[in-house]
Design a protein around this ligand. Structure first.
Ligand code: MN
Length: 571
């Protein structure tokens, strides 16, 4: 890879833009200089990574600003260049994108407890979009990640796993939702050997023949398809065979008990035609030659997938009754399917190329662009945020904020939330016993308004109760409800007397009283009496709920020497 290839790619999409071209060259030489002799883990010069990242962006037809940001994306983090310097040299827009990419680099995805896994990944994906504000931040991050994952073999094993997992769980789904299916599939396939090495080896071994055999079969069909289409006056722009991606094949095989015979789209016939009418006409022609399989006709033209994907899919009983999948689409749909939001970005940036460069956030500019529709749809999956559609003009998720626990777990809250909302979201006990909060390591008041990206730590004190004042500033209904119910619980204490009959033993009193202290119950009096064989211990404790007294009773009974226990409310 070298700079000239990138310039050539850029010029192919944006001809005669000398000033823009100079910007790319300037960013490249700046990056080369400040990264100096730094090496990648592969022992290659660091600059290679930047060339690869920038080339991908040029290939996705990004503008010069984005390509320049691609060259500069690691200078804040790895070269300690201050953001102001970048701003002075390259302008606010590039500095903004690079800063965004750097911030994303600080977010790490770790698999948490099983039941939280899904939510955490989802929150992190949303947080990434919220922090990015400008889609070009994501494009640079995706190009960066693609090269990183291609060179993952040079990293130590635990790091490989973490990055592969983060890529499969976070970045590939983001690419998919932005309609960049081809990138999403590539990212997934690259993580496959790291995440499931055994399954990957099995699949590679077993699928090879099938692929080759099916491809040969489709090749034989092609002339016949062309001939029949020509009779109907359809001359396809392209016909090719699309092999199913390994990782998505694997996911499908799990559903079909690893039976390759049942996967009909292992290799599919793809026909690209000129117009939508020709798409339907082509499907009609195919159905005339071979009968369609019921339930396998999918019209993603009339009903696009949420990420914008459009195509007609049908599986027919082909030669020798063999189920064979056809995918039919126009060139434009094909491009959208491959590059999604990136394809849109290109068309939109060409439309308003002059004024555009003065704007920082692109969202306002692209109200009607498809990816915004996608994001809206996505947001609609999360109820209670109708204002989102208005807010999207300036920000992706301005009605939500995404903050982190000290362990890096992402917590999703409505904008305007306070540390108390955060504490209740983590756990009722933490909310109830909250006495203070630190945000980014600094003590803040409890009514402080949290911002996306804040790291929040809650300071607690045992047996502390919530204050009624909190109801004046908390944002979430959840916190309000919990505070109210905790306040209700603060009723005057009652005294409960326990009568315990037991076999004497050294340390028994300590065993018994520790049941109380472990449950944060105050003992106000202990009395021991010897009566007959067994001593009796009388304990008076402050307990305000019957359930709590029952709980203590059960725990006391578990002590080996305890023979009998009873209690009554004394007050
Ligand atoms: Mn990088």
């Amino acid at each position: 890879m070298d700079l000239e290839r990138i310039i050539k790619k850029f010029n192919a999409h944006f001809p005669h833009q000398e000033e823009q071209e100079r910007l790319i060259r300037k960013a490249a030489s700046f990056a080369k200089e400040v990264h100096g002799h730094q090496l990648r883990a592969s022992k290659e010069p660091y600059f290679n990574h930047l060339l690869e990242t920038a080339y991908k962006l040029a290939e996705w037809r990004m503008d010069a600003t984005t390509i320049a940001a691609g060259f500069l994306h690691d200078v804040l983090e790895d070269c300690q260049i201050p953001k102001e310097v970048l701003e002075k040299e390259f302008g606010a827009e590039i500095a903004f994108i690079v800063d965004g990419v750097t911030k994303l680099g600080e977010l790490k995805y770790r698999q948490e407890k099983e039941e939280d896994e899904k939510n955490e990944a989802e929150s992190l994906r949303k947080m990434i979009l919220a922090i990015s504000k400008d889609l070009r931040v994501i494009f640079v991050k995706l190009a960066d990640r693609l090269h990183n994952i291609k060179t993952l073999q040079f990293l130590p094993q635990p790091k490989q796993k973490r990055i592969a997992l983060e890529t499969a769980e976070i970045y590939a789904p983001i690419a998919y939702r932005l309609g960049m299916q081809s990138l999403a599939g590539e990212l997934e396939d690259l993580t496959f050997p790291y995440l499931y090495p055994k399954e990957y080896a099995w699949l590679k071994e077993n699928v090879k023949e099938s692929y080759q055999e099916r491809e040969a079969y489709l090749k034989k069909l092609e002339p016949q398809v062309r001939e029949q289409l020509a009779k109907a006056g359809v001359y396809p722009l392209a016909i090719d065979y699309r092999a199913k991606r390994l990782f998505s094949l694997y996911k499908k095989l799990i559903r079909y008990n690893m039976n390759l015979e049942q996967v009909y789209d292992l290799v599919a016939f793809r026909i690209i035609v000129k117009t939508i009418e020709e798409c339907y006409l082509t499907m009609g022609v195919i159905h005339q030659i071979w009968p369609p399989m019921p339930g396998r006709i999918k019209d993603y033209i009339a009903l696009p997938k949420p990420n914008g994907y459009q195509s007609l899919h049908t599986t027919v009983f082909c030669v020798n009754n063999r189920p064979t999948e056809f995918q039919i689409r126009t060139q434009e749909m094909h491009e959208q399917a491959e590059n999604g939001a990136a394809a849109h970005w290109f068309y939109e940036s060409k439309k308003g190329s002059k004024e555009y460069s003065e704007k920082k956030a692109i969202a306002a500019d692209l109200k009607e662009a498809l990816w915004i529709k996608q994001l809206k749809e996505w947001q609609n999956q999360f109820p209670g945020s109708r204002e989102f559609i208005e807010a999207i003009k300036v920000d992706f998720f301005s009605d939500r904020i995404f903050v982190l626990t000290p362990k890096g777990m992402v917590i999703d809250l409505p904008a305007g939330s306070t540390p108390v909302d955060f504490a209740y979201k983590i756990h009722t006990k933490i909310g109830d016993s909250c006495v203070g909060a630190k945000v980014n390591n600094r003590i803040v008041p409890l009514d402080y308004q949290l911002q996306s990206g804040d790291v929040v730590e809650i300071l607690t004190q045992k047996s502390k109760k919530p204050s009624p004042n909190w109801l004046g500033f908390v944002k979430t209904r959840h916190a309000k409800k919990k505070i109210k119910s905790a306040l209700k619980d603060i009723t005057p204490l009652k005294k409960v007397e326990f009568q315990i009959t037991c076999q004497d033993k050294i340390g028994l009193i300590k065993d018994i009283s520790s049941v109380f202290s472990r449950n944060h119950i105050h003992i106000s009096d202990i009395e021991t009496k010897s009566k007959g064989h067994f001593p009796t211990i009388k304990i008076i404790a402050d307990i305000n709920k019957k359930e709590k007294a029952e709980e203590i009773l059960i725990k006391l009974k578990k002590i080996k020497e305890v023979k009998e226990v009873g209690y009554k409310v004394v007050n």
